[in-house]
Design a protein around this ligand. Structure first.
Ligand SMILES: Cc1ncc(COP(=O)(O)O)c(C=O)c1O
Length: 422
């Protein structure tokens, strides 16, 4: 008995000593890493918004309104009154949440309605909801691809696609950004084997979030057909507003219905709350419901969010001209900034990255813009490659011409101050 007590005491004592040493090691290591981030000028601090998300916002400790050019609020729906009303009604009708994953007891009529609306919007057989598009990207590759398969990915794909790919066992090949000759080389490489029962999946963003560039989907489709490949597209920066009626990159290239798998978000143009989805063939969606880990092991989307996404789709379907305004605004902003001498990356898209190069300059530039009432953020490593720092301006349908001009004027002033332009 005594020896058992002694043993228990010693067992209890050992981990405490171990923990305190470990805590010290961890603290030192983390502090070193934090210091290196500060020294590199890539520290990201969060400004705290005290209003709803909008083109005009307030942030804590600032009395004045700010013009917001940071949000992915492409259609200005984040504080739309009809969406807010729909969310409040769903809160009354269906409650705050389900306390469950979908397959246990977390599926309500509105979840099925939203999945059907998404599938219809993209002209697909079915759709499956996730709590985020990050999760949709985490679930797709591991579920679909086996060891004998290939995943061929654009080098600038979003972090969530990269992480999703890491989870699967397929052979990985990476092609240079939008480079079709390189993609063809990689497809040839994957084609040298026994073709039976092999999936070769090309994965790309529809629109690349840091560069505002557009994947050449029709060329990708040509190569996929030539080498018997499938295509996955992440449409987070296209769904709801890109293409004539907002159906995304497929519609932009006039090829709706031809991409095998689409993943997208409800957290940008479609109301801006949260949530993601995969849409495609019924067999694919059936399999995801059975096997996709973020779907099986994570909570259901809350009803108010589901209802706000349904309302956002209503608004887009009933107002086919809604996407037009954001593109007019983007065109105006890009033209005026280029006339001033700024280098703007990307193809005619509301993501307008103003290139500055140096991380510290991007951060100081953003601070100076804030002093002039313009909220923009500097992006630096590791979000973008080293020495490719930029301010990513996000143009919205909610910006007026006057809003855009105020932003352009501030860029001109600060650009001259830092000698970025003459
Ligand atoms: C291209 C892309 N894919 C996926 C995501 C993740 O979307 P969500 O916020 O719904 O997780 C984002 C978000 O920033 C994105 O830009």
């Amino acid at each position: 008995m005594v020896s058992t007590c002694l043993l228990l005491l010693s067992l209890r004592y050992t981990p405490i000593r171990h923990t305190s040493t470990l805590a010290k090691v961890i603290k030192n290591r983390l502090n070193l890493e934090l210091d290196s981030i500060r020294q590199a000028g890539t520290w990201k601090s969060e400004r705290i918004i005290s209003t709803s998300q909008s083109s005009h916002i307030k942030i804590e400790n600032s009395k004045n309104d700010l013009l917001n050019f940071c949000a992915n609020n492409y259609l200005g729906l984040a504080n739309n009154s009809e969406i807010i009303h729909a969310a409040k009604k769903a809160l009354d009708d269906y409650g705050a949440g389900l306390s469950s994953v979908r397959f246990i007891c977390g599926t309500q009529t509105i979840h099925k309605q939203l999945e059907q609306r998404i599938a219809k919007f993209h002209q697909r057989e079915d759709a499956i909801l996730y709590i985020s598009c990050f999760d949709a990207n985490a679930g797709i590759f591991e579920t679909l691809l086996k060891e004998q398969d290939y995943i061929i990915s654009d080098e600038l794909n979003h972090a969530s696609i990269i992480d999703g790919i890491r989870l699967c066992k397929a052979k990985r090949l990476r092609y240079k950004h939008k480079d079709m000759s390189d993609l063809e080389l990689k497809l040839k490489e994957s084609y040298n084997e026994n073709h039976d029962n092999i999936i070769r999946l090309i994965a790309t963003d529809g629109v690349f979030s840091m560069d505002g560039t557009i994947a050449p989907l029709s060329d990708i489709k040509y190569l996929a057909d030539k080498y018997n490949g499938l295509i996955f597209v992440d449409e987070c920066h296209a769904t709801g507003f890109f293409g004539r009626t907002g159906r995304g990159t497929e519609e932009y290239f006039n090829m709706i219905g031809t991409i095998d798998i689409i993943n997208s978000t409800l957290g940008k143009a479609l109301g801006g709350a949260a949530g993601g989805y995969t849409t495609g063939s019924k067999v694919l969606i059936d399999l995801l419901r059975q096997r996709s880990r973020p779907y099986l092991f994570s909570n259901t989307l809350p009803p108010p969010i589901v209802a706000s996404a349904i309302k956002a789709i209503d608004l887009i379907e009933n107002n086919p001209n809604l996407p037009e305004r954001v593109h007019e605004n983007a065109k105006y902003f890009r033209n005026e900034m280029q006339k001033l001498g700024f280098k703007i990356l990307g193809d005619n898209h509301p993501i307008c990255p103003v290139m500055l190069g140096d991380a510290r300059l991007a951060s100081q530039f953003a601070d100076e813009m804030l002093k002039r009432g313009i909220y923009v953020i500097g992006f630096s490593y590791p979000v973008v490659p080293k020495d490719r720092a930029r301010i990513r301006v996000q143009v919205s349908a909610a910006h007026s011409k006057d809003d855009l001009q105020r932003c352009i004027d501030a860029f001109a002033e600060v650009g001259r101050q830092f000698k970025v332009i003459k």
